[in-house]
Every structure is written in C-alpha cells, then in structure tokens.
Design a protein around this ligand. Structure first.
Ligand SMILES: Nc1nc2c(c(=O)[nH]1)N[C@H]1C(S)=C(S)[C@@H](COP(=O)(O)O)O[C@H]1N2
Ligand SMILES: [Mo]
Length: 198
C-alpha cells in the first residue's frame, strides 16, 4: 500500500512552532545554587491553604514513596525534548501529606533567589506532575535543578521550577516571575500560550 509522503516522524508529538532537540539546554535567570552534596541547610516548605503546614528536610522528602514518569518537555523559547525519564515524588503524595484545604485552587512554586511560578491546583496535581530528583537515571545536575525540581510536562517548561524551596496553596491565581514579565498565566504549549496576550 502507498501512503504518500512519509509523515514527518512524531509530528503529532511536537506542539506548534517547536523543534526537537537531542541535547538538554540549560535555561534560567539568576545563579545556580551549588550544595556540594551538603543539604543540611536545605528544606522544602509547604504551606498556604493546607491542614498541616510542613517543612521537610531532604531526608524526610526522600522517605516519601517514589515514582517515575516518562514524558516530553516543551520550552517556550522553542525547543522540545522527548522521552525524559524522571524519578521523584508524585505531587499527589505531597498533597496527601499536608492535606489541601478545599478553598485551595492555585499553587505558587518558589525557588532559590525568590524565583516563582504559578499554576492551577489541578495541573499541579496532574498524574504526570512530580517533584523530580533524577533524570534518565542520574541525579539532577546543579544546572538542571539539584536537589529537586518541579516537572509539569503538559505546560511550557518554565512552570517546572528548578531548585524548588516552597509550595504554597492559594485561593487566587497570582503571577510568578515570568508571568509578571509578560508570559502567559497558564502556558499550554498545544495552544501556544506563550505570552499574556496569546
Ligand atoms: N528556579 C528556576 N526554575 C526555572 C527557571 C528559572 O529561571 N529559575 N527557568 C524555567 C525555564 S524558562 C525553563 S525552559 C526550564 C529549563 O530547565 P532546564 O535548564 O533544566 O532545561 O526551567 C524552568 N525553571
Ligand atoms: Mo523556558
């Protein structure tokens, strides 16, 4: 049977105006934090509209059940990277640990140096969302978010905070760093929601 010109491989996996990269670009504002394996001063604060505001040490976080997910990521600057295997903690596990109150509708993620990004609670809790510490079998490098980064693969990758230090549950949707600087409040790559006016 003849199907005509072979369809561009994986074209249904590439959101509009993205190109697939094999490498893994490093993208952020500010300085990379280097912990030199000493995480004694590191913690993750989980608060806002929760039943049990919690501060987790790295060890306490590692004691939570782990999971792995494989997915594609899409950066707003135009690159996509396929088949990233992440290991970490399901956001659902975090949510159960602190007990999210019913008024909570949105989440603010806070990283080192006060960098922030916002997303709806539903997207934070999506089955594919996780707090990751490994990528393709290796601990994250400092440049890619060591010790822990957020991964929300179904939104543009700026929602996936590297060096995450706090998760705050909110009733209102507030702007994070890039959202204040003209980027979209939601950031769906399939709808090309790059900028506030998209
Ligand atoms: N803390 C922090 N996280 C961040 C950013 C940042 O500037 N600071 N940039 C975001 C953007 S725009 C992208 S595309 C991804 C890049 O992740 P990578 O460098 O591991 O590819 O991190 C996201 N997370
Ligand atoms: Mo990005």
């Amino acid at each position: 049977m003849y199907f005509g010109k072979v369809k561009e491989q994986n074209s249904d996996r590439v959101p509009p105006n993205q190109r697939v990269t094999k490498g893994w670009p490093v993208l952020h504002v500010g300085d990379v934090p280097y912990y030199e394996k000493d995480l004694s001063n590191w913690d993750l604060r989980i608060g806002g509209l929760v039943e049990r505001p919690t501060v987790l040490t790295f060890e306490q976080l590692m004691a939570l059940p782990e999971m792995s997910k494989t997915n594609d990521i899409h950066c707003v600057t135009g690159w996509s990277k396929f088949d990233n295997e992440w290991e970490g903690i399901a956001t659902r596990t975090i949510a159960d640990h602190v007990g999210i109150r019913k008024e909570a509708r949105f989440v603010m993620l806070e990283a080192e140096e006060g960098w922030t990004t916002n997303l709806p609670l539903e997207d934070f809790l999506a089955e594919s969302s996780l707090l990751a510490y490994k990528h393709n079998g290796e601990m994250l490098t400092p440049e890619h978010g060591y010790p822990i980064r957020m991964v929300v693969p179904h939104l543009y990758f700026w929602k996936s905070a590297k060096w995450i230090r706090a998760i705050k549950f909110r009733s209102e949707n507030q702007q994070g760093f890039w959202e204040r600087n003209g980027y979209h409040m939601y950031g769906d790559p399939w709808k090309e929601q790059r900028f506030a006016w998209d």
